[in-house]
Unconditional design. Structure first.
Length: 307
């Protein structure tokens, strides 16, 4: 059977069934209309279902895209939050370091207030900042924090070393809340009335008052010396030695480490003395010097200011 024969036969059959359908529809017009409407409704329902499926697919794709965008944005926020935390920690460290330097340098209260915000200003226009600009700004701030931290750490080390040096200088008084009763140098001898050279300065004291080390050091002598009575001496290094005489009792032994302000003896009137007091001497490179030039030199910055 050829192709033309098959096509012609199909046309004949289609024409036959169309004629039958038309004849059937003419005899039963109501039923034919119902079938036609049902077929149209079915086709419409099928098209509506297909459209809904397409719209649903598009909505699901958009929701997936929005969810992915939110996840990416949240990751960026988390990264910025972590970076901000690091910068805040660095800022806190710098503030604490600055406060320590203020204490070491004995700066005036309020001269540096690390809790007070710094005043800033500017004029418009203002635009939105891009993420690239924000990242660059935070990187620059991080670099500035690191540089400032390194500089302040070096300064802290220098001031700390200077403070250690100053703690070894006899810059305090050997007894609290007292006054000088006899100065350094020439004076009338209290026993013979003649001229005498006083090698130290005397501080008013009561028997038993605590005698204090005027600087950090090591006890180099603790015992009795002629004319001085009970004596204790402290070697502070850098050529400085201090002597505390006429004590009623010595409370430190040779070799003990003492800090500035710690008790080393009890005041008294032993040796060549007319009454209870503290005789205080300063020796610099084996030469006795006037203690007054060292008093109240407790801050390296104050020392620099005094020149």
């Amino acid at each position: 059977m050829t192709y033309s024969t098959i096509v012609n036969k199909s046309r004949v059959q289609l024409s036959y069934w169309l004629q039958r359908a038309g004849h059937w529809g003419a005899q039963r017009p109501a039923l034919a209309m119902a079938v036609l409407l049902g077929t149209g409704t079915a086709l419409g329902a099928g098209l509506t279902f297909a459209d809904n499926a397409v719209l649903r697919s598009q909505a699901e794709q958009q929701e997936a895209l929005i969810a992915a965008t939110r996840r990416d944005a949240q990751r960026e926020i988390n990264a910025l939050a972590a970076r901000m935390g690091e910068l805040q920690a660095e800022a806190n460290r710098l503030n604490a370091l600055g406060e320590r330097l203020t204490r070491i340098g004995q700066l005036q209260d309020g001269e540096f207030d690390f809790d007070k915000p710094v005043g800033v200003g500017g004029v418009g226009p203002v635009r939105d900042m891009t993420k690239t600009e924000l990242d660059e700004g935070m990187a620059t701030l991080d670099a500035q924090f690191k540089a400032s931290g390194e500089q302040l750490s070096v300064l802290e080390s220098l001031l700390f070393n200077r403070q250690l040096d100053m703690n070894a200088v006899p810059g305090r008084e050997p007894i609290a809340n007292s006054y000088i009763t006899s100065g350094f140098g020439g004076r009338a001898d209290p026993f013979s009335g003649g001229h005498a050279n006083h090698k130290g300065i005397d501080f008013k004291a009561n028997v038993g008052d605590p005698v204090l080390a005027v600087a950090d050091g090591v006890v180099s002598y603790s015992g009795v010396r002629s004319g001085y009575g009970n004596v204790i001496e402290v070697d502070h290094g850098n050529g400085y030695v201090t002597r505390y005489a006429h004590n009623s009792r010595l409370t430190r032994k040779v070799g003990e480490l003492v800090r500035a302000g710690q008790e080393i003896a009890k005041a008294g009137s032993t040796g060549r003395s007319t009454g209870a007091h503290v005789h205080f001497e300063v020796w610099e490179n084996n030469r006795v010097v006037n203690p007054r030039k060292f008093l109240s030199q407790q801050s390296p910055l104050k020392m620099e200011i005094k020149g």
